[in-house]
Design a protein around this ligand. Structure first.
Ligand code: AMP
Ligand code: MG
Length: 570
């Protein structure tokens, strides 16, 4: 499958409809993927598996195993994220099939690529699970983007590796669409995340028992090309510590610090401590973002925690519709609710504690590790308070009565099913001036009526309770205005609104919207996914022409598979 002699065509046609014979064209300063230069630091700087057998097995003394993607029958481009192409300096393939698409389907390995599967372990649902590793993800190589930044290109669903255990190395279309869309949606929401360049159908089917109920079905197969500075997880360190492969542990730590945390200086025992602290800080910021936008990852195992503090591995994730701290999208988690919305900060800290144990052999001064964990707690608390202040449009939280105001709000939001996104966005419309005094309870609370899923929300009793809270909230925002000593209240109000607008997205990837995109694509229609991608690029803008994508989840989606609960089957 290797094609070493890809030549550039001499004449580059202006009209993209006139494809050049080998599909390698150059547009707007961007190159075809086939011409990309690779510089594979992970492979060149770290020890690899000396065994090359691509069969499931325990791997020792290595950070990765070199493997080649298994070709698929008919790779076909379904979606492309233009801005990610821009980061990489790569142009969209001119046609849905062709050389670049073959690369993204794993059918063709370009010169300079050194594909590998990473070795990692992890704690899953609180238990040490031993070796996991890239069982279906294969990194093709690292590209230096036009701005000199390094990006790893990884195919998810590219075939078996030594880490596949008993699974098939493949991915289904539905989970691939979800990963592709959500990576990009999160980026535009301002949440740290891995990115996604392309979504391909493989032309093959994959058998999955979606509900784990003994009804396996053949589903469309797909491959996403994910992009991140690095896909290293907590689990990459855990597996090395678990097997006391301490030299390799140190090499991996040194590599990650030198390549991805150069600002910390040359690796040394004291650098390791500061590095761990930085990982804790980034993780604290990350989780505060998840909570801000109502994102529930669903499987926050240590193998799904990025060392760079990115959201990684989009599986049975979900977006809060009704605000509920106990909500989990993952059917496997329905009993224990370990990974429910409100538990995410605590679980992140638990995972960081596992990472601390893995790094302990490198850091003599264990106080540095304890300090890191403390930094996580502080960072999360500060970030979360900042997030809440932004969401509510308050200058800061910490005045007398603020804690009660907040806990009363969370109680209210959980008393009747209230859409988190619509409710917070709607708070911007609550008048701060005297207008509210002249409104009765039903009229005032009724400004948020679009957030209620049931009649209960519109019942007089609830509207009165909510109006009572809103009047306290309005009084509190007036205190801010007074303290700011703003002569011009209108100016204060507009600055406040702008801050709220940027903290409260109007458009999020509601679970049913992703499902609609999947169902359309399964029928060969890419209009739904294309529209969603465009709208989700501007989640904080009003975009009135797309209003229906900002509404409550429709009732038909309440209990529909993929829209309310998701299994890990993917
Ligand atoms: P996840 O739950 O997606 O984070 O995956 C946990 C582990 O299972 C990782 O090691 C994955 O690589 C592996 N895995 C998940 N699905 C597959 C599959 N279809 N084929 C091979 N390995 C898989
Ligand atoms: Mg994973």
């Amino acid at each position: 499958m290797r094609q070493n002699n890809l030549k550039r065509s001499a004449a580059i046609p202006d009209n993209p409809a006139i494809a050049d014979p080998i599909g390698c064209s150059e547009r707007a300063g961007r190159h075809d993927l086939c011409e990309a230069q690779f510089d594979n630091s992970f492979v060149s700087e770290l020890p690899g598996d000396t065994v090359t057998h691509n069969v499931p097995r325990a791997v020792r003394n290595a950070c990765y195993t070199r493997v080649t993607p298994t070709p698929v029958r008919a790779p076909r481009l379904l979606a492309w994220a233009e801005p990610v192409g821009e980061l990489l300096g790569i142009s969209r393939p001119a046609s849905p099939v062709g050389p670049a698409v073959e690369v993204l389907g794993g059918n063709r390995v370009l010169p300079g690529m050194q594909p590998y599967a990473a070795r990692y372990g992890g704690h899953q649902f609180g238990q040490w699970a031993g070796q996991l590793g890239d069982g279906r993800a294969i990194t093709l190589g690292e590209i230096l983007g036009p701005d000199g930044k390094r990006w790893e290109l990884q195919l998810k669903g590219a075939g078996k590796t030594p880490y596949s255990r008993t699974a098939d190395g493949r991915a289904v279309l539905r989970s691939s669409v979800r990963e592709f869309l959500c990576s990009e949606a999160m980026h535009y929401l301002g949440v740290p995340t891995t990115r996604a360049l392309s979504l391909l159908a493989t032309g093959e089917t994959v058998v999955r028992d979606m509900f784990y109920d003994g009804n396996p079905q053949a589903e469309m197969g797909a491959i996403v090309c994910r992009v991140a500075p690095s896909f290293v997880r907590f689990g990459n360190f855990e597996i090395l510590a678990a097997h006391r492969e301490l030299d390799t542990l140190k090499r991996l730590a040194d590599y990650v610090i030198s390549r991805h945390f150069p600002e910390l200086g040359a690796p040394s025992p004291s650098t390791y401590g500061r590095w761990f602290e930085e990982i804790c800080r980034r993780t604290g910021v990350l989780v505060a973002h998840w909570m801000r936008v109502g994102f529930v990852h669903g499987v926050v195992n240590t193998d799904n925690m990025s060392i760079l503090g990115l959201t990684i591995d989009y599986g049975p994730y979900g977006w809060l519709e009704g605000f509920d701290l106990q909500w989990t999208p993952n059917t496997t988690d329905a009993q224990g609710r370990r990974y429910c919305f409100g538990n995410q900060p605590e679980i992140a800290q638990w995972n960081l504690t596992r990472l601390a144990s893995a790094l302990a052999p490198l850091i003599e001064d264990h106080a540095a590790l304890e300090n890191g964990l403390r930094v996580f707690g502080e960072t999360f608390q500060n970030a979360w308070r900042g997030v809440l202040a932004d969401k509510l449009g308050l200058v800061s939280l910490g005045q007398e009565g603020d804690d009660v105001l907040l806990s009363d709000l969370f109680d209210l939001l959980q008393q009747v099913e209230t859409d988190m996104t619509i409710f917070f966005r709607g708070l911007m419309t609550i008048p701060m001036n005297g207008t509210a005094n002249a409104m009765d309870d039903a009229a005032l609370a009724g400004l948020l009526r679009g957030a209620f899923y049931t009649e209960e929300g519109l019942a007089q009793a609830h509207l009165s309770r909510l109006a009572g809270w809103l009047r306290r909230y309005i009084a509190r925002t007036r205190m801010d205005a007074k303290a700011a000593n703003m002569e011009d209240l209108a100016k204060f109000a507009s600055a406040r609104r702008e801050r709220m607008r940027r903290a409260n997205p109007k458009y999020v990837l509601r679970n049913y919207l992703a499902q609609q995109a999947i169902e359309a694509l399964e029928q060969g229609d890419d209009l739904v996914i294309t529209r969603l991608m465009e709208v989700l690029k501007h989640p904080y803008d009003e975009q009135p022409e797309h209003e229906e994508l900002a509404g409550r989840r429709p009732e038909w989606a309440r209990n529909k598979a993929g829209c309310s609960a998701l299994s890990c089957s993917s």
